[in-house]
Design a protein. Structure first.
Length: 309
């Protein structure tokens, strides 16, 4: 068993991005599979899909004792098994069931506390009754629409709106940059917002014909706040270097003509940790790796939480 001195916090990396989370937390973090234990209070970690608050180490002699110890703390638990898979399954069978049904987009997020636990070794359980995500291992799954949207990028937006609880309101004006073929435009329009979709490539015909959608076939980065006027939201899923996106969103923030922004930082080759940190440092920001992100992070910014830059 290896844990840092108390107090410590546990961070579960997005699958495949353990090195990125280690870079954020520092080399002193202790790794158990995708789970990193770092000394001190919780801190922002974009590459963590779930953060375990105030974890406790529990000595157990048997499967039954592990289950009883967890049930004595609370009802609902999600296991993370980086080893001892059979032992973990046997404990899970003795715990009350937790619904694993995919979520219909727009349904309320679960409100019951969901703890997280794992075996550090055969006789040691690490458990946290409170986590940053209400979903098992921070991974929200949806009932997908495999007919209407033109690509699967819409899932990232469903994920972001569900995890943050923040989304455009009916009637708000939204810019969707790099919109083609229209997955994000479809989601935004479905919320009742008006959408200006910008891309050199055209939208899928069924998306372009939706009420409240205006398509502009031009470069996304040519969109100037002085020409568009005020917008409630700016969205970007553009494939570009994060440093270029940073310059672009700072121009929009400085203009005072946008209320909220939600953008994907897409990393080409090695992760640009320096630019990611610059995004995270912007007041009013939240940087996160969603379950439907790949080698990318999602950045959310709200002006009403910060005032003028």
């Amino acid at each position: 068993m290896t844990v840092p001195p108390f107090p410590f916090t546990a961070y579960l990396a997005a699958e495949g991005f353990e090195d990125d989370l280690r870079h954020e937390l520092g080399i002193a973090a202790i790794q158990h599979g995708r789970l990193f234990l770092a000394e001190g209070a919780p801190r922002p970690a974009g590459w963590a899909q779930n953060i375990w608050f105030e974890p406790q180490v529990i000595a157990v002699e048997s499967i039954g004792e592990a289950a009883r110890a967890l049930k004595a703390i609370q009802r609902n638990w999600a296991a993370y098994a980086f080893h001892l898979h059979r032992r973990t399954s046997l404990v899970t069978e003795k715990l009350p069931p937790v619904s694993a049904k995919p979520l219909v987009f727009g349904q309320p997020v679960p409100t019951s506390p969901l703890g997280a636990w794992c075996f550090l070794d055969e006789k040691t359980v690490l458990a946290a009754a409170r986590c940053s995500s209400p979903f098992p291992n921070g991974e929200v799954q949806f009932v997908e629409d495999k007919v209407t949207p033109p690509n699967r990028a819409y899932l990232k937006l469903w994920d972001a709106f569900t995890v943050t609880g923040i989304a455009p309101k009916p009637g708000e004006l939204c810019l969707d940059l790099g919109a083609s073929p229209g997955g994000w435009t479809w989601v935004i329009q479905g919320l009742g917002a008006r959408v200006i979709s910008v891309d050199k490539a055209p939208l899928a015909p069924n998306i372009a014909s939706l009420p409240g959608v205006t398509a502009l076939q031009q470069s996304a980065f040519a969109v100037d706040p002085k020409e568009t006027g005020p917008v409630d939201w700016l969205f970007s899923d553009v494939i570009c270097y994060p440093s270029r996106l940073f310059t672009f969103v700072e121009r929009w923030r400085a203009s005072g003509m946008v209320g909220s922004m939600l953008c994907t930082l897409k990393f080409q080759g090695d992760t640009d940790h320096e630019t990611a940190a610059r995004f995270a440092a912007i007041p009013g920001s939240r940087l996160m790796h969603l379950a439907h992100n790949k080698h990318e992070l999602t950045w959310l910014w709200r002006r009403d939480e910060t005032g003028q830059p």
